[in-house]
Design a protein around this ligand. Structure first.
Ligand code: SF4
Length: 108
């Protein structure tokens, strides 16, 4: 979605069990419905069966303003950030971005 302030080298220590506060940003307009995100992170992504079989950011809130209906946002706390990071990294059209709230940078 964006390379602005993206730390491509970011890795978390899986043994550390640290809780990460993350903001997931999903560009629904850019989604082509390939389904890779749900395989990587079924906790945060599912099929939108009711509309058009694109991805659905589970419990995501629509962003207000210019991008309403296109961008959805959700904040999570997790000790397994690699799940949503893998979802973003496997999304071919790059419709998913992950921002680390405490580190103040995009990590995927
Ligand atoms: S991986 Fe990307 S393009 Fe594929 S369903 Fe998920 S958000 Fe849509």
């Amino acid at each position: 979605m964006t390379d602005v302030n993206l730390d491509k080298t970011y890795e978390h220590d899986k043994k550390e069990r640290k809780v990460h506060r993350l903001r997931i940003i999903f560009n629904r307009k850019g989604c082509i419905g390939s389904g890779h995100c749900m395989l990587s992170d079924p906790y945060n992504f599912a099929w939108d069966e009711k509309i058009d079989w694109k991805a659905l950011l589970v419990d995501g809130k629509p962003m207000e303003g210019k991008f309403q209906g296109e961008l959805f946002v959700k904040e999570i706390e997790t000790d397994s950030p690699h799940l949503v990071m893998n979802a973003a990294k496997t999304c071919t059209p790059r419709a998913i971005a992950v921002f680390d709230i405490d580190e103040k940078k995009f990590i995927a």
